[in-house]
Design a protein around this ligand. Structure first.
Ligand SMILES: [Zn+2]
Length: 387
């Protein structure tokens, strides 16, 4: 799993590795990008490259280096540091890769403590003694001052088994005191430590923290980049499915890889029944519609299901608007383009807008806890015949 496995943003990755090669890596790096853009994956890869016991530098002889140096200009790996993935440092750091699973384990471990200890225990993920991952602490999901205190308590000691201590903050929502404590570390960082701050919105961090860090953005990938990645990693999806997922994951490869395609398609089939029923002639048979809306129940599970339905309804309505405004290339539900064209022909732009507004009303109604299935029926029937 070397750097070449990282998808997208090759220039950013290249610059970070170059700084590593020159031993000019900044003490604090802000990795900014959408959810699923690879911030955490990249931070872990850099932690491995810093500490790999068999750190590889391609092209050791000067002749090779010249040759490879040229290919590096053309976007190749050059003689930049990489990591092996199988030494004891790489293996232990890589155990943190499944952040959701490690986070859940840490939360559960804390839940099992006695009440008195629970309050004292701050949340961390740590699979290597010199690499500490600091997630936002539930239930507030903020970085707390005691978490940063633990960073301060350890960061000034030389690493034991690594060359570089690495701290990865996986969120940028800090309690005020925590942010101020972090600032103190950034004012006097030790030589042998690197801090990564991962954020979807760098503006959330204190300006004084930002000015003491170097910011790197992980931009959205193209559909083609995501599709080609999915072809390797999700061979169980066919080309149409890969095209659909690439378009729905908004340029974030992590989101594409964990996309719940089955759940999406199920919700979409319901959304289509609702839209078809709304666009049908007046006094049509509502049995299919009612059967669908009846399956939406209250409770936490019902809540998630109905939110999935809303998301797909909005995404279909948006696609209809794209078709009606001559921007068909922006349609995301490409696998049902024929069906969308039919729907788009039997409605018009004003109808789609009314539908989106009506949907907003149903959503607000649900927040006031109206009976779920009832308001869905009302939504579909209210739109009937207005085209
Ligand atoms: Zn290694």
């Amino acid at each position: 799993m070397p750097f070449s496995d990282f998808v997208g943003n090759p220039e950013t990755v290249h610059r970070l590795r170059e700084m590593l090669a020159r031993e000019r890596f900044p003490h604090a790096v802000i990795l900014s990008g959408a959810h699923g853009s690879g911030k955490y994956t990249l931070a872990l890869m850099l932690a491995m490259a810093m500490n790999c016991l068999e750190r590889t530098v391609i092209g050791r002889t000067s002749a090779e280096r010249t040759l490879i140096g040229r290919s590096a200009d053309a976007g190749g790996a050059g003689d930049l540091p990489d990591f092996c993935g199988h030494c004891s440092n790489c293996i232990r750091i890589a155990q943190s890769r499944d952040l959701d699973a490690r986070f859940a384990e840490a939360v559960e471990a804390r839940e099992n403590l006695r009440d008195a200890d629970k309050k004292e225990t701050r949340l961390f993920v740590q699979t290597h003694p010199d690499v500490l991952i600091i997630p936002p602490d539930p239930p507030q999901m903020m970085i707390k001052v005691d978490q940063v205190r633990h960073v301060i308590d350890t960061i000034y000691y030389r690493p034991g088994e690594a060359r570089e201590r690495v701290y990865i903050f996986t969120g940028s929502a800090f309690m005020k005191e925590a942010a101020n404590s972090l600032l103190k570390v950034l004012e006097e960082p030790p030589e042998f430590a690197s801090i990564f701050l991962l954020t979807e919105n760098a503006g959330e961090l204190l300006p004084t923290i930002r000015s003491r860090s170097m910011t790197f953005n992980l931009g959205a990938l193209t559909f083609a980049e995501i599709e080609s990645r999915l072809a390797t990693l999700r061979p169980d999806w066919n080309a149409r499915q890969r095209a659909l997922v690439a378009r729905l994951s908004e340029g974030a490869v992590g989101r594409a890889l964990s996309f719940d395609l089955e759940g999406y398609v199920a919700a979409r089939s319901h959304a289509l029944i609702i839209l078809r029923s709304a666009l049908a002639e007046k006094n049509n048979d509502h049995s299919e519609l009612f059967k669908t809306t009846e399956s939406y129940r209250s409770g936490a599970e019902g809540r998630a299901k109905i939110e999935g339905l809303f998301r797909t309804l909005y995404s279909l309505l948006e696609d209809l608007m794209f078709l009606q405004s001559g921007a068909g290339q922006l349609v995301r539900n490409t696998d049902i383009l024929g069906e969308l064209r039919k729907l788009s022909e039997s409605s018009d732009f004003a109808w789609v807008q009314r539908a989106a507004e009506g949907l907003g009303e149903v959503e607000r109604g649900l927040r006031r806890n109206l009976l779920r299935s009832l308001s869905l029926d009302a939504f579909a029937t209210a739109l009937e015949g207005v085209s």
